[in-house]
Design a protein around this ligand. Sequence first.
Ligand code: 5GP
Length: 178
Amino acid sequence: MNSVNIEDKDFEIYLENDQINKRTRLIGIQLNVDYENRCPILIGVLNGSFVFMADLLKEIDISCEIAFIRISSYKGIESTGTIKEAFGLPENLHNRDVILIEDIVDTGLTLKYILEKVKQQDPASVKVCSLLFKPKALLEPIPELEYVGFEIPNEFVVGYGLDYNGLGRNLKDIYRAV
Ligand code: 5GP
């Protein structure tokens, strides 16, 4: 599909599933090398990251654990800038190698909040792996953001786990608003 319509908005194709899979494979290889013999815990940030997390895990062949946390801070098409709460953060992160898995880093506020919470548990290391990253929207640098699938401009995207008003998460490819 070259374009989709969700509610009042039109979207055009931006990143095809094949492209996403190729990039994901490379990130997986990198993680296999960087985390060999470290048994990291991968924590997916719901809801958006669930598709990426599933595909990424299939490329990871080292021993690892997985968990998910949930944060809701985003309504409609612009960030509200207000973070609610994190639900389900594991409580046993002391001395662990933690990898946060995100769908997209926009202002970075969500990530900043999660990183603070994780660091309170004194883990051995924390890194972030995000499928998408909007560098121009970032409010302050995030040194932990080590693995990025694609850097994208400040445009609203849907599909492959990302939603517009709750819809579009099931699209195979990623689309941008036109
Ligand atoms: P941040 O806190 O970095 O501004 O926003 C992160 C969250 O905002 C993401 O996890 C995602 O839920 C949402 N978000 C930011 N940009 C987009 C976008 O272009 N499309 C969608 N669907 N969600 C976005």
